[in-house]
Design a protein around this ligand. Structure first.
Ligand SMILES: *[C@@H]1O[C@H](CO)[C@@H](O)[C@H](O)[C@H]1NC(C)=O
Ligand SMILES: *[C@@H]1O[C@H](CO)[C@@H](O)[C@H](O)[C@H]1NC(C)=O
Ligand SMILES: *[C@@H]1O[C@H](CO)[C@@H](O)[C@H](O)[C@H]1NC(C)=O
Length: 337
């Protein structure tokens, strides 16, 4: 299995960290095909408006001119007019991409405070997944999911009684499917929903794209979310978004704040990416072989002579749950049918 080999190799090479792959950015100007309208009166102030609108939106002079004309020189209206046109164009373009499968793309991981989100956005080719505009879409989906999750307050936390009969809060975890993601607001600085951002990206990049899924986890004190992204490249975003082809979150419970928790969390995430467990299992289960699907009974990825359970137990950490995303999974199976 080449994924396993590369996980083990990069660990040997870098003692715990995979080198971030080179990030290739193409700057492709959006192609807009709106028609040119009649010329604006070329006074100094309209020129200034035009420059302002172009700086603000990045759309071509021709389209900015057309927008200002359509909106009688109102800058704000012109801006939203431009976005609407670009969306319309994106949707009509999307409708023309019949039967174009989206099995490439990126997994995005975003962690803020006690909230962690993992998202998958798909496109048709790996080439487009390396485009900065596609990566910005992944960022918007991750931010939108993070905000959604933070706005849930803590209603969704699960609470249970401990032995002393007082309530203790547990972690909260949720998933969003493609249609739920589409309806999420795009963020505080962007109007519209993620669906609109998807249309814009399709219009700009000319490929079919799908907001595939998202998972989020919120933990109280006493829990830690370990994370790992394979084939990671750091996006040029101001947020701590990490992008790659595989991603895993591992929810751990720990009695004390340990110094090496981050490193341990990453190793657990690597194990989940490489060994693809289906459930956590229990420390009492018998050790299993390579085909074992219960995480704690699987041979530990980085030392197959012990199980994962035997690796974590002495460290005072219990694994309680995990999430694993593999970019494009499910699509190949659907294609094979
Ligand atoms: C886009 O890709 C998705 C997922 O592969 C597919 O279900 C959908 O039909 C495609 N859209 C078009 C317009 O072909
Ligand atoms: C997505 O989730 C919602 C709410 O759980 C459900 O109603 C809907 O059918 C799901 N959509 C798809 C495409 O699975
Ligand atoms: C997460 O952190 C926020 C702010 O630090 C806190 O209000 C919230 O209760 C925490 N959530 C959980 C589930 O503990």
């Amino acid at each position: 299995m080449s994924l396993l080999r590369s996980l083990r190799l990069c660990l040997v090479a870098r003692a715990g960290t995979c080198p971030a792959g080179p990030l290739q950015l193409q700057s492709s100007q959006p192609r807009h095909t709106f028609h040119t309208g009649p010329r604006l009166a070329s006074s100094a102030s309209s020129k200034e408006l035009l420059l302002k609108l172009r700086r603000k939106t990045g759309y071509s002079f021709v389209n900015c001119k057309k927008a200002l004309e359509a909106c009688s020189g109102d800058l704000k209206q012109a801006e939203s007019w431009l976005h609407k046109q670009a969306q319309k164009e994106g949707w009509s373009r999307a409708a023309k991409l019949h039967g174009r499968k989206t099995k490439e793309g990126l997994i995005g991981l975003l962690q803020e405070g006690n909230t962690t989100v993992l998202v998958e956005v798909n496109c048709e080719t790996d080439f487009v997944s390396r485009n900065i505009k596609f990566q910005q879409l992944v960022q918007q989906v991750a931010l939108g999911t993070l905000l959604h999750c933070q706005n849930l307050k803590d209603q969704l936390s699960t609470y249970s009684k401990d032995r002393t009969d007082s309530f203790i809060s547990l972690y909260a975890k949720g998933f969003l499917n493609s249609s739920e993601l589409s309806e999420l607001p795009a963020g505080p600085e962007t109007e519209g929903s993620l669906k609109d951002q998807l249309a814009l990206a399709i219009g700009k990049l000319g490929e079919n794209m799908t907001l595939k899924r998202a998972a989020w986890v919120k933990v109280p004190a006493g829990f830690y979310v370990g994370s790992y992204v394979h084939g990671a490249m750091h996006s040029p975003s101001p947020h701590n978004l990490v992008l790659g082809k595989y991603g895993a979150l591992v929810i751990c419970e720990t009695s004390e704040r340990r110094a090496n928790l981050e490193d341990l969390g990453r190793r657990l995430g690597q194990h989940v990416v490489g060994m693809a467990p289906l459930s956590v299992g229990s420390l009492d289960d018998e050790p299993g072989g390579e085909a074992e699907t219960k995480m704690l009974s699987q041979p530990y990825l980085l030392d197959p002579s012990i199980t994962l359970g035997q690796y974590v137990q002495p460290q005072g950490v219990s694994v309680v749950d995990f999430v694993r995303f593999e970019c494009g999974e499910g699509e190949e199976a659907a294609e094979a049918e």
